[in-house]
Write a protein that binds this ligand. Structure first.
Ligand code: NAP
Length: 338
C-alpha cells in the first residue's frame, strides 16, 4: 500500500555559521518504505520548530546529536496512522513522535505515543501539552519553584514556553508576573492575553530599569529563556533567596563565539540566589502529571494559548527561521496536512 507514497522532507543542506538562512535547508522527496513488523506509517499533520534545533545544525557534541548533513531533519510531530503492523497502534490513531520535518514517517510503534485528540486539537501535543508546556511546568515547580506571594519574571514571554509560564506562575501562587518580549505588539499581548501584570519590551532598551520599575520589590523567580542581557538584569533584580530556572539562552544560539556570561554573578552569591539548569528530556515522567492538570485548563479555555501557523513542508525552514527571530506569538507550528 505504501510503496506508491512519496514523502517530501527537509534535509540539512549546509551547516550555518552565525544566523542560518534558507540556503541551509533543502526540500527533497523520498519514497515511503513499507513498514516492517511492529512499525507504523504516520501521515504527519503538524510539526514543531524549536529553538534547540539551531544547536543541532552545528557539528558539535551536545545532549542530543547533530543533524546529519544531507539527511532529513527530525523533531516533534503529530499525525495520523495510515498503515500499521502493530496491534498497539492501529490505523486511524493520532500519535505524537519525533520524526517531523517530513510528510510521512515510518517508525517503530513503540516510538509513537497515541494521543487523545478528541476534545483537544492534536497540535496541542506539540505546544501546551507537549514538551513546551512541560518545560514551563518543570521550571516553575521543580527547578525554580514558585511559592505563594512570589514575584515572577519570564523572558521570551510571548513565545511557546513563555505564554504558558506566566499563566502557570499565577496558578502556582505568584502575586506579580512580569514578562519580556520583543516589540510593542507582542508585549501588549502579554498583558491582554497571557495573564502578565507587566510587560517589558527588551528591544526598547533599558531592560534593567524597565525591570526595576515593574518589580520595585524585586523578583523571587526568574525563568530564563534568553541569557545574556536578560540574565544579567534578572540577577540584579533578584531578592535574597531567589531562584532562577536556566531553561534557554536564545540570545546566544547564533553566536559564532561563546557569549560571555553575566558580569554580576557575585550579586547572585551575595543574595544566595540559586541558578539551576533544566533539560525537559530528563523530566518526561512528569508528562502524565502535567497533562492531567493542563488538559482541563485548555478544554475549559482558562489556559490561553496561541499558535502561529505556517502551511506546507516546503515552508518549514521559513517557520523555523521566523521563530528564531520572533515572528511567532505562542507556539510556532507547521501544518503539513488538514
Ligand atoms: P519561543 O519562545 O516560542 O520562540 C523563540 C522566541 O525567542 C522568539 O519568538 C523571540 O521572541 C525570542 N528571541 C529570539 N531572539 C531573542 C533575543 N536575542 N533576545 C530575546 N528574545 C529573543 O520558543 P520556545 O520553544 O518557547 O523556547 C523558549 C526558550 O526555552 C528557548 O531558549 C529554548 O531553547 C528553551 N527551551 C528549553 C527547553 C529545555 O529543556 N531546557 C525546552 C524547551 C525550550 P521575541 O519576539 O520576544 O524576541
Amino acid at each position: 500500500m505504501t510503496t506508491t507514497l512519496v514523502s517530501r522532507e527537509i534535509r540539512l543542506a549546509a551547516r550555518p555559521v552565525g544566523e542560518p538562512g534558507p540556503e541551509h535547508f533543502e526540500l527533497a522527496s523520498a519514497p515511503v518504505p513499507e513498514p516492517a513488523e511492529g512499525q507504523v506509517v504516520v501521515r504527519n499533520t503538524w510539526m514543531s520548530v524549536d529553538p534547540y534545533m539551531r544547536g543541532r545544525m552545528n557539528d558539535v557534541p551536545s545532549y542530543i546529536p547533530p543533524f546529519r548533513l544531507g539527511e532529513a531533519m527530525e523533531g516533534s510531530a503529530v499525525g495520523e496512522v495510515v498503515a500499521s503492523r502493530s496491534a498497539e497502534v492501529p490505523v486511524g490513531a493520532t500519535v505524537s513522535h519525533f520524526l517531523g520535518w517530513r510528510e510521512y514517517a515510518v517508525l517503530d510503534a513503540a516510538a509513537a505515543t497515541v494521543v487523545d485528540a478528541g476534545r483537544i486539537p492534536a497540535q496541542a501535543y506539540l505546544g501546551a501539552l507537549g514538551t513546551t508546556g512541560l518545560t514551563a511546568y518543570v521550571a516553575l515547580t521543580r527547578t525554580a519553584p514558585v511559592r505563594e506571594g512570589d514575584t515572577v519574571f519570564v523572558s521570551a514571554a510571548g513565545g511557546a514556553v513563555g505564554s504558558v509560564a506566566g499563566q502557570l506562575a499565577r496558578r502556582l501562587g505568584a502575586v506579580r508576573v512580569i514578562g519580556s518580549a520583543g516589540g510593542p505588539a507582542k508585549t501588549k499581548r502579554l498583558v491582554a492575553d497571557f495573564g502578565y501584570d507587566a510587560a517589558l519590551d527588551y528591544r526598547a532598551g533599558r531592560l534593567e530599569e524597565q525591570l526595576a520599575e515593574a518589580a520595585p520589590e524585586g523578583v523571587d523567580v526568574y525563568l530564563d529563556s534568553v541569557g545574556g542581557d536578560h540574565l544579567r538584569a534578572a540577577i540584579g533584580a533578584m531578592r535574597a533567596g531567589g531562584r532562577i530556572a536556566m531553561v534557554g539562552a536564545i540570545s546566544g544560539y547564533n553566536a559564532e563565539t561563546p557569549a560571555p556570561g553575566p558580569d554580576n554573578l557575585f550579586e547572585a552569591a551575595a543574595k544566595e540566589v540559586t541558578l539551576r539548569g533544566m533539560l525537559v528530556s530528563n523530566w518526561l515522567d512528569l508528562f502524565p502529571e502535567w497533562i492531567a492538570k493542563a488538559a482541563p485548563w485548555l478544554a475549559d479555555g482558562t489556559l490561553r494559548t496561541e499558535e502561529t501557523v505556517v502551511d506546507g513542508i516546503e515552508r518549514a525552514p521559513e517557520a523555523f527561521l521566523g521563530m528564531m527571530r520572533g515572528a511567532n506569538t505562542g507556539k510556532m507550528l507547521v501544518r503539513l496536512a488538514g
